[in-house]
Design a protein around this ligand. Structure first.
Ligand SMILES: Nc1nc2c(c(=O)[nH]1)N[C@H]1C(S)=C(S)[C@@H](COP(=O)(O)O)O[C@H]1N2
Ligand SMILES: [Mo]
Length: 450
């Protein structure tokens, strides 16, 4: 960009739930309204109006830069009062939230990650989404055990591990996304949830630390000829039990105790969870207590009745675990407001359960024209990948979309392409292109483009 950015830079008013206090939000809206008035009055000279508005803001700011506030002249705090650090109080609106449309059924609940307020690819642990089928627990690690066993000699040395036993073993630390299979499910119908937090906030990405499941299975003497599947079971009341293929189990599954450099948070499975990279969240069994090796799928309740895909012909598909290639623009996104015309860094996330992200294209005209976005490193397999692209908003309505392509060549589909194959009765695996409408007044909302 050769132009002087200060003349054209646009500012995003975040979704109300993020970052700005209600007072600041109202201030910004007022500034926006007076800018719109000026811009309207100046007609074709709108770009000048933007420059005027920007200079007005700079002049306002000069008071701040000239008058030294107390924090520049006084004594600061010695060390953080709490032993464990907390975010700035100014960031109090950046929170996990329960979706407006979802009813909480007893302890079966979901909280969503505020993707609109995050940078890079790592989800801070305190903002990692949660999905509990029967509530969460803070389990005493000294009493937690993991049993590995299998009939017919499939496991020659069955064993019960303590946490200490496990944490002495050779470990790995790897960055992976976890996405609930039901992420973006309301888009199957025409339910337009207001913000990216609710449309896509059941995806998070962390560095997980633990012992490879293959290491444990080999230690226990797995019979590779007989073994075809493993069953993972959790220690909570949801009887969460999921079949994982032996290929995946021996490949990159991790029996993890660490998340982002510290022990797992209780709500994310402390002290032990299974990490099944690329596969829907439900297989990432929390409070992991048992691994059984077998030669048939178990067809447990969470794979025979739930987590199935209803097809248009009335049949249903089972064991569709992989999270296919998907992406979403996180800023500007639903419920945010563009405060003026000019330059924006359009940014978002892309991921694929089958490998790495190869390319992300962005459209600002509802899919007629596409430009290739910049991918931000690191680009890791089965992890979130950040993309960015320059955009100068001319003040006219625009429809922003992103379309990801993964290392297998798979192209993220449009919603009508997905519906043509899958119908509209599904809950899971909705990975269509997401569309955000930017209206003339700068407000961004969720729309579907066919
Ligand atoms: N033991 C147990 N494991 C579980 C669940 C559960 O309720 N109990 N929920 C599953 C579902 S449906 C998802 S999407 C992920 C959510 O993981 P998180 O709460 O760490 O985000 O955990 C999975 N593992
Ligand atoms: Mo889930």
């Amino acid at each position: 960009m050769s132009r002087d950015l200060s003349e054209v830079i646009g500012r995003v008013l975040p979704a109300p739930e993020n970052h700005l206090s209600p007072e600041l939000l109202e201030q910004a809206r007022k500034a926006r309204r007076s800018f719109m008035g000026k811009a309207l009055a100046m007609g074709a000279g709108a770009m000048t109006a933007t420059a005027t508005a920007t200079r007005a803001l700079a002049a306002e700011g000069e008071d701040v830069i000239l008058n030294l506030p107390e924090h520049t002249t006084g004594l600061g705090q010695p060390v953080a009062a709490l032993g464990y650090g907390q975010p700035s109080k100014w960031e109090a609106n950046l929170q996990r939230r329960e979706s407006p449309g979802l009813t909480r059924v007893s302890q079966a609940s979901v909280s969503f990650t505020p993707l609109q307020g995050l940078f890079g690819i790592i989800t801070p642990s305190g903002l990692h989404f949660e999905r509990h089928h029967q509530g969460w627990w803070d389990i005493d690690p000294s009493k937690h055990r993991l049993m590995i066993h299998g009939d017919d000699g499939m496991i020659k040395r069955p064993r019960v591990f303590t946490m200490d036993d496990l944490m002495r073993l050779p470990s790995v630390s790897r960055i992976h996304f976890i996405e609930c299979g039901a992420n973006s499910a309301p888009e199957w119908g025409n339910v337009a949830l207001p913000s990216v937090q609710y449309t896509h906030g059941m995806v998070s990405c962390s560095e997980f630390t633990g012992v490879l499941l293959s290491t444990l299975l080999e230690m226990c003497g797995i019979d590779r000829k007989k073994a075809k599947y493993v069953l993972a079971e959790g220690a909570d009341g949801s009887s969460m039990t999921r079949t994982v293929s032996i290929e995946q189990a021996m490949d990159d599954c991790i029996v993890a105790w660490g998340m982002n450099g510290e022990m797992l948070r209780p709500e994310n499975g402390y002290p032990l969870r299974l990490v099944v990279p690329g596969v829907q969240g439900v297989s990432w069994v929390k409070y992991l207590r048992r691994i059984e090796v077998g030669d048939m799928k178990w067809a447990t309740k969470d794979e025979a009745i739930h987590y199935i895909d209803h097809m248009p012909d009335g049949t249903h598909r089972q064991y569709t675990g992989i999270q296919e290639c998907k992406s979403v623009i996180t800023t500007p996104s639903g419920s945010q407001t563009l405060l003026d015309r000019g330059y924006y860094n359009v940014t978002g996330l892309a991921w694929s359960g089958r490998g790495t992200i190869k390319r992300v294209d962005v459209s600002v005209d509802g899919g007629r024209n596409w430009r290739t976005a910049r991918l931000e490193g690191p680009i890791l397999p089965k992890a979130l990948t950040r993309f960015n692209i320059d955009w100068v908003w001319d003040g006219k309505p625009a429809i922003l979309q992103s379309r990801a392509i993964d290392s297998t060549g798979y192209v993220q589909p449009k919603i009508n392409q997905l519906r043509a194959v899958r119908g509209t009765r599904s809950i899971y695996h909705q990975n269509a292109i997401q569309s955000w409408l930017v209206s003339e007044n700068g407000e961004v909302s969720n729309v579907q483009v066919y």
